[in-house]
Design a binder for this molecule. Structure first.
Ligand SMILES: Cc1ncc(COP(=O)(O)O)c(C=O)c1O
Length: 398
């Protein structure tokens, strides 16, 4: 099956498309996976070809067969006109913002946004004359009141980083479009497999490929896909920034793509099992997982999403920091680290209130973010069970 015949794959279901997209076995001498193309220089056959850019690939920075294979596959999966590849999720986010903004513009960003996205808006975009206003992730149609004549873009992340609010993407998108503003969404948690962002009206969709596309915590990667209308701006901004990706990382992402749905589904199943178990624990005040019925945005999640992934948070009953440290420091299976989406389960203490400006974080107890990987959930529960025992002991110690 050739990658050039990806149209022919369109009627297949996602898992079938994931196995066939971005491969051209005829051009690969029959080998199943595309080779890794390394290189900067591309030779032209004639001066005429060179002067007229008459070649599929002209310069390493502008792409090669490896990058084209992943771009085509991702565009197909996301239902986009085109996709850019970036060396990190953050770079995909910043490229998307730079593609639609200019000096004098106003930008609306969800208060639940990934911290470094907020830093880019507050530090870099501000320096270049773009003003950012943060909004309550549960604003819904109330976004209308925040739009100004110079609002050029609305940046959503759903669910929110750390706090997992689900946004009303179709409502926000409809209002933003009525005012001529572009809508950008960080869809890393769901991937195109669990939320069809372009299908819900989003103009540019960002994915940190570092997480589920890699699936192995062994690389950093970003993708941003755009509709027909925004693809020229996204592509030209990407080229102007000269931000390119290494072909080995592209190869690993293409490899990750084949099993992404499988890993996501398993991560979903395991995370739901753990979330339900945590919800029953006396040490836990609240579980912030949108697929749980008690989550305030559960109905929105059910309406728009086809599944959930492995990342969620909990709020503990009030406990001093040294008791939480006793719990976390002694865990045998859960790693303590930030980047999620791999095979290993993780837990990190979080303080969502520290960076919020439009909303306040109402929680009496400390909060933890969990990522559930592929270990046996009984082993994970045993590990946490022992952790909760340490928490209780440290709390009652004089
Ligand atoms: C929701 C979300 N978006 C974007 C990023 C940024 O990805 P990267 O680490 O590849 O820059 C992260 C990283 O944790 C994330 O959680």
């Amino acid at each position: 099956m050739s990658r050039r015949t990806s149209d022919a794959l369109h009627h297949f279901r996602p898992s079938t498309r994931l196995t066939h997209l971005g491969r051209d076995t005829a051009a690969q001498h029959g080998f199943v996976n595309p080779p890794i193309y390394r290189g900067s220089t591309v030779l032209f056959d004639s001066m005429d070809d060179l002067l007229n850019d008459r070649a599929e690939f002209t310069y390493g920075l502008l792409g090669n067969p490896s990058t084209a294979a992943l771009q085509d596959a991702w565009s197909d999966l996301a239902g986009a006109a085109g996709t850019i590849l970036a060396p990190s999720g953050l770079m995909a986010i910043t490229t998307a913002l730079l593609a639609v903004l200019q000096a004098g513009d106003h930008l609306l960003v969800t208060d639940s946004v990934y911290g470094p996205t907020r830093s880019f808006c507050d530090k870099m975009l501000k320096r270049f004359g773009v003003e950012t206003t943060y909004y309550d992730p549960r604003v819904g149609t109330g976004i209308n009141e925040l739009i100004r004549p110079n609002t050029r873009a609305v940046f959503l992340e759903s669910p929110g980083s750390l706090t997992f609010e689900i946004q009303d993407v179709p409502a926000i998108t409809e209002i933003a479009h009525a005012h001529g503003a572009a809508v950008i969404l960080d869809n890393t948690w769901a991937t195109p497999l669990l939320f069809d962002a372009h299908g819900h009206g989003v103009d540019i969709v960002v994915e940190a490929g570092t997480k589920y596309l890699s699936g192995a915590s062994d690389l950093l990667f970003g993708l941003a896909s755009a509709t027909e209308k925004y693809w020229p701006a996204l592509r030209s901004t990407h080229l102007a920034l000269g931000s390119t990706v290494g072909p080995e990382d592209v190869f690993l992402c293409l490899r990750g793509l084949r099993t992404m749905l499988l890993r996501l589904r398993e991560s979903e199943r395991q995370a739901l099992d753990m979330a339900h178990w945590l919800a029953q624990r006396p040490e836990v005040a609240q579980v912030l997982h949108p697929a749980l019925e008690q989550h305030p945005d559960h109905t929105l999640w059910q309406r728009d999403y086809t599944g959930s992934s492995g990342l969620f948070s909990i709020i503990l009953q009030p406990a001093p920091q040294h008791a939480v440290a006793a719990m976390l420091d002694g865990l045998q299976l859960f790693g303590m680290g930030y980047s999620w989406g791999g095979f290993e389960s993780l837990v990190t203490p979080i303080d969502p209130g520290a960076i919020r400006t439009a909303t306040s974080w109402q929680a009496n107890g400390p909060a933890l973010r969990f990522y559930i990987g592929l270990e046996d959930t009984q082993d994970l529960k045993d590990d946490l069970d022992a952790g909760f025992a340490r928490l209780r002991t440290a709390q009652t110690a004089p």
